[in-house]
Ligand binder design. Structure first.
Ligand SMILES: NC(=O)c1ccc[n+]([C@@H]2O[C@H](COP(=O)([O-])OP(=O)(O)OC[C@H]3O[C@@H](n4cnc5c(N)ncnc54)[C@H](O)[C@@H]3O)[C@@H](O)[C@H]2O)c1
Ligand SMILES: O=C(O)CC[C@@H](O)C(=O)O
Length: 526
């Protein structure tokens, strides 16, 4: 019989499901060394947010087939390490949506009416009605940053409370925002006009310290800000300073840059600050939902069935997976690349499956391409199961073409993304030992394997331009690993694809497009 280790507190409903197919050991509060010592006996590990599943733990888990996170965020799991070891990581993308949304709404109301401090004062024996005069949310403006699952529910409820809704989400269509009664605006306008700001975005390099001294300075002095998303989206030192200086009106935080929250200026502030210990998902209902959702997936995987919300491996039968795996990686890489070249919100994705890829069995490649395309917006929340639904909800029109004729390569995948900032296309194929190669960018033929950091330029093919770009990159200490030019005619338009060793430093793109002959430059991270 399989063995499952449950190392964080999970609702009994989940344990009951696991017990149908496995021996279940519940061991809470294990130190990392203790977990490393015992993990080798187990086929599955079920966690919440307290257990940190590091590479070391994954390597010690020689029998592990699946790690189940009873919640959304898998930030506490080293997913790349698990993927490398072929361990499926599953989560529950929707089980605690309502709980987190209701916590944010509760924070908005509690901040407006000083409920925590008023309650504490009555419990201390006082009857002070003057210190706790609040504000109504009715007819006030709520700025929702991130209009995904949680942000949408917050918006829907806030609408019924009579709030005016502004939203910022570069990956959501105007139609979807309008359906929710939200006006989609730029972030600066939202900061300037909102009376309340609520954050419902993932923590990514782009969203880290999105709320900082500069953005706080744009807000109304009465603005109240709520973060029930992820710690680190707000610069807590800047927030405490802005609150102390009266630059904003209040803040309610459920999540922190470092958890548990250690010493912090925020603790010393008054009724304008509410702090809760990461309680967004802590409702009885959400805990039952996530426990059942994840336990069912662990049960299925232990029985040899696919998982429905795998964040790293598609929920497909192992035979199909084996055959398509390299092509899935190709599709996902091309989706991610074309999404970054297009920038902004993609409205139409044209997918052409050519040659040996033009079979009915290749449908998962379309899903993999969408997963790649949405990765910048959704990170680990997008998976092979939800990529199509997420794309539909974002108003992305997907046009598929299959052409069985063989051209330069046995099978190619061509993606063309049209968005708010223009149209870009990429084509790729598997060459040699089934290695991914980019064979075309924006209609210019090339032949380069993708690398983690890349730079693409659109330029005029003319003498000296490569040297100038090389010197410019050198002056910024950027090391070029490889470079190739694709052109259709001599001295016409051309594309340059460079693999670089590190991410491009800030400000260099602006310098690159000043080089005479270079019309555009794009940097991507794959
Ligand atoms: N406090 C808690 O206990 C708790 C519970 C559940 C979820 N969460 C967190 O809440 C957040 C939202 O979760 P969700 O389920 O709604 O996720 P979701 O994926 O459904 O929605 C996230 C939205 O953010 C948008 N987005 C991505 N990058 C953006 C950017 N730079 N600017 C603006 N919008 C951007 C995406 O387009 C997407 O619509 C996540 O950070 C999640 O980890 C916290
Ligand atoms: O209480 C938890 O398990 C954390 C919940 C939440 O942050 C999540 O990512 O689902």
């Amino acid at each position: 019989m399989s063995k499952v280790l449950v190392s964080d507190s999970i609702d009994q409903a989940g344990i009951d499901i696991l017990s149908q197919v496995a021996t279940v050991d519940v061991k809470l509060g294990l130190k990392p060394a203790e977990l490393i010592e015992i993990i080798g006996e187990y086929d599955a590990l079920m966690i919440r947010s307290s257990t940190r599943v590091t590479q070391e733990i994954i390597e010690a888990g020689t029998q592990l087939k699946i790690i189940g996170r009873a919640g959304v965020g898998v930030d506490n799991v080293d997913v790349p390490a698990a993927t490398r070891r072929g361990i499926v990581v599953v989560n529950s993308p929707e089980g605690n949506t309502i709980a987190a949304a209701e916590h944010a709404l509760a924070m908005i109301l509690a901040l407006s009416r000083h409920i925590p401090d008023a309650n504490a004062s009555v419990k201390r024996g006082a009857w002070d009605r003057n210190s706790f005069v609040g504000a109504e949310v009715y007819k006030k403006t709520l700025g929702v940053v991130g209009l995904g699952k949680i942000g949408s529910h917050v918006a829907a409820v806030a609408k019924t409370m009579g709030m005016k809704l502004l939203a910022y989400d570069p990956f959501i269509s105007t139609d979807r925002a309008e359906q929710l009664g939200c006006q989609l605006v730029e972030l600066d306008l939202l900061f300037q006009q909102a009376d309340y700001i609520t954050l419902h975005i993932p923590k990514t390099p782009e969203t880290t310290h999105l709320i900082n001294a500069t953005t706080l300075a744009k807000m109304k002095p009465t603005a109240r800000i709520v973060n029930c998303a992820r710690g680190g989206i707000i610069d807590e030192v800047a927030l405490a300073a802005a609150l102390k200086a009266g630059k904003i009106g209040g803040a309610a935080l459920d999540v922190f840059e470092s958890e548990p929250l250690g010493e912090s200026e925020l603790r010393s502030l008054g009724k304008e600050v509410i702090l809760t210990p990461h309680l967004g998902a802590s409702t009885a209902e959400a805990q039952v939902n996530v426990a059942i959702d994840v336990a069912e997936q662990i049960r299925d995987v232990l029985l040899g069935l696919p998982a429905r919300s795998a964040v790293n491996i598609p929920g497909l039968g192992p035979d199909v997976l084996e055959e398509l795996k390299p092509y899935m990686q190709l599709a996902e890489t091309l989706g991610n690349l074309v999404g970054q070249l297009a920038g902004g919100r993609v409205e139409v994705l044209n997918i052409r499956l050519q040659g040996e890829l033009a079979t009915n069995k290749s449908q998962p490649l379309v899903v993999a391409a969408l997963k790649g395309l949405l990765y910048q917006a959704l990170r680990e929340r997008v998976n092979y199961v939800n990529a199509s639904i997420e794309a539909k909800e974002r108003g992305i029109r997907v046009i598929e073409t299959r052409d069985a004729s063989i051209r330069d390569y046995a099978g190619t995948l061509h993606l063309e993304a049209t968005g708010t900032l223009g149209t870009h296309s990429v084509t790729g194929a598997l060459l040699g030992e089934r290695e991914i190669h980019l064979t075309d960018v924006d209609g210019f033929p090339i032949n380069v394997p993708p690398s983690k950091y890349m730079l693409f330029t659109l330029h005029r093919d003319m003498p000296g331009i490569i040297g100038k770009l090389g010197s410019l990159l050198g002056s910024f200490n950027v090391n070029i690993a490889s470079m190739q030019v694709g052109r259709k005619i001599v001295r016409g338009d051309a594309v340059m694809a460079l693999s670089i060793d590190d991410p491009l430093p800030e400000g260099i793109l602006e310098e690159i497009i000043k080089v005479p002959g270079i019309r555009d430059a794009y940097t991507v991270t794959l």
